[in-house]
Design a protein. Structure first.
Length: 139
């Protein structure tokens, strides 16, 4: 039984690892977010251009067109896109490609460095109109 989201914030999660996608979606739905999950870059791009999302969680390494290509396409085809785009990745890129990604995206998250609960805190922060919090650190 699906409940209506309490906060009205729509999130698109483009993540090819089903387990991770479900982990994120479950935590975010419990926090009152309306979450759509998709597994491929093509589906994610199509949905992001068609629907009105507030936040997009975009994995870099997805089948078909990559998350990086989706990000480029979104910025080119929808320059006034209101959605905040947060990159999620297992890759800690230290080169100019990360710089380019960070210029186009609203946040860059390394999956191994946050829990689903911390993701909810990050999304709460972004949904409140704040910049993304610094990357969570181990305690």
């Amino acid at each position: 039984m699906e409940t209506k989201p309490a906060n009205g914030i729509k999130i698109l999660c483009v993540e090819d690892e089903h387990f991770i996608s479900e982990l994120y979606a479950r935590a975010l739905r419990r926090a009152g977010y309306d979450v759509t999950t998709l597994l491929s870059g093509e589906d994610g791009l199509r949905s992001a251009l068609k629907d009105d999302y507030d936040i997009i969680l975009l994995d870099l390494m997805i089948p078909g067109i990559t998350g990086f290509e989706v990000l480029r396409e979104l910025r080119a085809k929808a320059p006034n896109l209101k959605a905040k785009i947060l990159i999620t990745t297992n890759l800690d890129q230290e080169d100019e490609s990360r710089e380019e990604i960070e210029k186009m995206a609203d946040g860059y998250l390394i999956k191994a460095e946050f829990t689903p609960r911390q993701l909810v805190e990050i999304i709460d922060n972004v949904a409140s109109g704040n910049d993304i919090a610094p990357q969570p650190t181990e305690t």
